[in-house]
Design a protein around this ligand. Structure first.
Ligand code: ADP
Ligand code: DAR
Length: 355
């Protein structure tokens, strides 16, 4: 039974959102009818509509504004998640089914910028949720510790180029942590969207990073998702980066069962990361295109690309370096998502050269 206190908070905050000039997908699709229909529902973990939308209610500048506190939320609150998923993922309807995992042939993806004129570095990441565990807002401190132990011991079995060490955030010096963040290897702290989504409780317990010697293969533990599996390197050799990620994901999946839904694909905390969960990005300098940011966003949008700042989401470009990546993650395979980025970036570089 959803408590009177939760219902009151929902009503108060919903009215504020309705009156705001928010452009979030939450505001766009949370009609009074949907609100009244969902406000008394709960998942078996006890998650309510408030648990799903509290971040978007607190941050009217959200782009999306909703997260799934547990995997069931995608079903229990489907009447709100489904239109948001359809809008974000280029028309992935509630009757659509995400295709089976397919990393394709990495050898067909070459170097985006062999001369090294534009691309500073290339990164491909995916998210994975451990079967049997809810997402951040429902995890207990014990579960965070349990998951970290499970992840770090599993990763300690990796060999060859993937061999590395797990570093818990707890006990890491601020200097080491900040250097890893500044070098784009480690997640930032204090994201207000995650904080207001109740995703940062017991921090830094259960959080950490695994990486190999060269920091070309990394795994984040319990930031936004249970796992972010990352391959990255300087330069534009997307084929090599994607091959490394594919090898790592296939190896790790032999050791840990991940949450996968027949219709939505791999399940993640945020609906924008469902399906392939793949974000393939370049740090790139396109000074002529970037002279008009709105134009850069418009052209990137034509190729289903998303433009972010140098430090990732919700940040600005530093020194003219933009993080540009595929926007679509659902309704296409892992290979197609990465190929969409490859083709889009190739076009952007061509346009930059012609300006
Ligand atoms: P995610 O991509 O996992 O959703 P963010 O967008 O927050 O996470 O980015 C996390 C970190 O990865 C940031 O420091 C960002 O600068 C870095 N990053 C993303 N793409 C690249 C890239 N192509 N080269 C180097 N660092 C990158
Ligand atoms: N900040 C939230 C999430 C957007 C997608 N990015 C993620 N999941 N990291 C928003 O609604 O803007």
């Amino acid at each position: 039974m959803v408590s009177a206190e939760v219902l009151e908070k929902l009503e108060t905050e919903f009215k504020k959102l309705e009156a705001s000039d928010s452009k979030s997908l939450l505001k766009k699709y949370l009609t009074r009818e949907i609100f009244d229909q969902l406000k008394t529902k709960q998942t078996s973990f006890g998650s309510t509509l408030l648990d799903c939308i509290q971040s978007g209610l607190a941050n009217h500048d959200s782009g999306v504004g909703i997260y799934a506190p547990d995997a069931e939320a995608y079903t229990v609150f489907a009447d709100l998640f489904d239109p948001i998923i359809e809008d974000y993922h280029n028309g992935f309807k509630k009757t659509d089914k995400h295709p089976p995992k397919d990393f394709g042939d990495c050898d067909t993806l070459g170097n985006l910028d062999p001369a090294g004129e534009y691309v500073v570095s290339t990164r491909v990441r995916c998210g994975r949720s451990l079967q049997g565990y809810p997402f951040n807002p429902c995890l207990t401190e014990e579960q965070y510790k349990e998951m970290q132990d499970k992840v770090s011991s599993t990763l300690s079995g990796l060999e060859g180029e993937l061999k590395g060490t797990y570093y818990p955030l707890a006990g890491m010096t601020k200097e080491v942590q900040q250097k890893l963040i500044d070098d784009h290897f480690l997640f930032k702290e204090g994201d207000r969207f995650l904080q207001t989504a109740n995703a940062c409780r017991f921090w830094p317990t259960g959080r950490g990073i695994y990486h190999n010697e060269n920091k070309t293969f990394l795994v984040w533990c319990n930031e936004e998702d249970h796992l972010r599996i990352i391959s990255m390197q300087m330069g534009g050799d997307l084929g090599q980066v994607f091959r490394r990620l594919t090898t790592a994901v296939n190896d790790i999946e032999k050791r840990i069962p991940f949450s996968h839904d027949d219709r939505l694909g791999f399940l993640t905390f945020c609906p924008t990361n469902l399906g392939t969960t793949i974000r393939a990005s370049v740090h790139i300098k396109v000074p002529k295109l970037a002279a008009n940011k709105a134009k850069l966003d418009e052209i990137a949008g034509k190729f289903n690309l998303q433009v972010r700042g140098t430090r990732g989401e919700h940040t600005e470009a530093e020194g003219g370096i933009y993080d540009i990546s595929n926007k679509r993650r659902m309704g296409l395979t892992e290979y197609q998502a990465v190929k969409e980025m490859y083709d889009g970036i190739t076009e952007l570089i061509k346009i930059e050269k012609e300006l």
